[in-house]
Ligand binder design. Structure first.
Ligand code: AN0
Ligand code: CP
Length: 317
């Protein structure tokens, strides 16, 4: 595998899930594969889970790991070609990428949507520069439009907890005070669409995601109808995709928060969220602390999804 940025890159999901089960059962059986190989993780944005779980996955595979937080200690990077660099940016990404690539075998990149320019974000300008100019396998640790390691971990978690063959999985928007990217819900929709689950998205009118990710998916504006008989409630906030308010927060209606009253409408649904989560904005204390909350095993499965992806990349070196 030379790149991992979207669901298509992993191949058939039944095979990917079988690999995940393999990695989970025998996490240390491929240490030879990673010996003397180096993973470089590059963060343009903050992270707790991705940073630790991806690092742990690489250690399980016997790799060496280098982590760079671009905004803490590295030079500020210019990302546009043709700019006269007389401002605060000391280095161009077109030199920085091949230099960084010369120190490693595989690269992970976290580069969120900036939410200022839809075309810049939805063209995956930063991630694609890494793919084009590094000459190394590159995987996304959440880029502008997708978070595939998260969605893969979510899929593994749903498979582990589902009680019926074809569960009803509901992605619900929930309020948040700050503008967040659409990457997690885009990606979750993209992965769920590849399963045979009953998949429903519910959000306030105006919060439609890009059709690139939701084409063919049922959008239910009636939140109670969406929750009815659900087996999984997957909560996430996202800012507006549609123009003219791209990247803006136009709604913080707290009636969209996941609470016990709404969870009562479900078929004892499990509660999921990628974390970090703001309690009593996105989800009530009671729901996230309930026996049906699976946010911790969901986060733990991030090691598994990362290990499957890095292992495939090591095999292709
Ligand atoms: C990020 C987001 O919504 O994309 C990362 C989630 C994994 N969340 C925040 O910035 C709070
Ligand atoms: N879920 C997730 O990617 O968390 P971090 O932003 O903490 O890495």
């Amino acid at each position: 595998m030379k790149k991992f940025t979207c669901v298509q890159d992993i191949g058939p999901l039944d095979i990917a899930l079988a690999k995940a089960a393999e990695v989970k059962a025998n996490p240390f059986s491929d240490q030879i594969l990673g010996k003397n190989k180096t993973l470089l993780m590059i963060f343009f944005n903050s992270s707790l889970r991705t940073r630790l779980s991806t690092h742990k996955a690489a250690l399980n595979l016997g790799m060496n790991v280098i982590v760079l937080d671009i905004n803490q200690g590295a030079w500020k990077l210019e990302t546009e070609r043709g700019v006269i660099m007389d401002g605060d940016k000391s280095e161009h990404i077109l030199e920085a990428i091949p230099v960084m690539a010369s120190y490693c075998d595989i690269i992970g990149v976290r580069s969120f949507a900036r939410l200022e320019d839809k075309a810049f974000d939805y063209n995956e300008t930063i991630l694609n520069q890494f793919i084009e100019y590094s000459g190394k396998p590159v995987f996304s640790m959440e880029a502008a439009t997708r978070h595939p390691l998260q969605s893969f971990a979510d899929l593994i978690t749903i498979e582990e907890y589902k009680k019926v063959e074809r569960p009803k999985v509901v992605l619900t928007w929930a309020p948040h005070p700050k503008a967040l990217p659409q990457a997690v819900p885009n990606s979750f929709a993209e992965w769920m669409r590849e399963t045979d689950y009953e998949f429903v998205i519910t959000h306030p009118e105006g919060y439609e995601l890009s059709e690139e990710f939701t084409k063919g998916v049922k959008i239910e504006y009636d939140i109670e109808a969406a929750y009815k008989d659900a087996d999984f409630i997957y909560a996430k906030n996202w800012s507006k995709f549609n123009d003219p308010d791209y990247g803006k927060v136009v709604n913080i209606d707290r009636s969209w928060m996941v609470d016990e009253t709404k969870m009562q409408l479900t078929r004892n649904a499990k509660f999921m969220h990628c974390l970090p989560v703001r309690r009593n904005m996105i989800v009530s204390d009671d729901v996230i602390e309930s026996k049906d909350s699976i946010v911790i095993p969901e986060a733990a499965n991030r090691v598994v999804s990362a290990q499957v992806v890095i292992r495939e990349m090591l095999k292709s070196l």
